[in-house]
Design a protein around this ligand. Sequence first.
Ligand SMILES: CC(C)(COP(=O)(O)OP(=O)(O)OC[C@H]1O[C@@H](n2cnc3c(N)ncnc32)[C@H](O)[C@@H]1OP(=O)(O)O)[C@@H](O)C(=O)NCCC(=O)NCCS
Length: 214
Amino acid sequence: MFPSPDTLYPLVSNMDRTCFLKNIITRSNIIVGDYTYYDDEVDVKNFEKNVLYHYDFLNDKLIIGKFCQIAAGVEFVMNGANHQMNAVTTFPFYTLEGWDMEPPKTSDLPLKGDTVIGNDVWIGQNAVILPGVHIGDGAIIGANSVVGRDINPYTIVVGNPAKILRKRFDDEMIELLLRFKWWDKSTDEINELIPLLTCSELDKVKEEIKKRVN
Ligand SMILES: CC(C)(COP(=O)(O)OP(=O)(O)OC[C@H]1O[C@@H](n2cnc3c(N)ncnc32)[C@H](O)[C@@H]1OP(=O)(O)O)[C@@H](O)C(=O)NCCC(=O)NCCS
């Protein structure tokens, strides 16, 4: 059987708690790669409510790669969340009726740019990703973490503010995996690679990947 990224509910049991995320996205400023899934047993199709303060006029995008695993309650806080901070008050008079204030210049707002999540990133439940953060391929974000800074590939972070717990692999292996980019291969190739990608004998895996990237 061909694993189609266009399946809405890809669990073998077809339960509607897990969906391939790209299939439920309605906003043009959220871009999600194939096979990335979101899990939420209460209301999985309502993922976009977790992408907060995401206003078209600020033009910021949430870009998520392929094969990411996003747990229930994960929130992406976008740039519209941040009030002006370089003046006496942070009160956004311009958004409320009756006050004489023009919208601030965008240069006066603390805009941090797009939020970019790599490929094969696992984000634990209720983690919060703050505006403009870039998370590298293969990173793991612990449950309830608050991520305010960029995270390097294949790094595990936990806590608030999220701090590095450890790297997942040695530097040579990380460099190999970033060249290998298994997520960009065809589904047939990935199916063939599954024993390698899920093998815990990492020395053997490293040697095999070396052969394939050289
Ligand atoms: C991040 C995670 C993968 C780390 O797992 P691990 O490597 O087995 O980590 P350990 O349990 O050995 O913990 C190592 C240390 O990190 C701390 N820690 C682990 N996860 C943490 C978290 N989410 N927040 C804060 N601290 C955490 C532990 O308390 C421990 O601290 P210590 O060294 O001071 O005792 C895991 O803890 C986690 O958060 N998983 C997410 C689960 C989830 O949300 N799943 C959703 C369904 S897919």
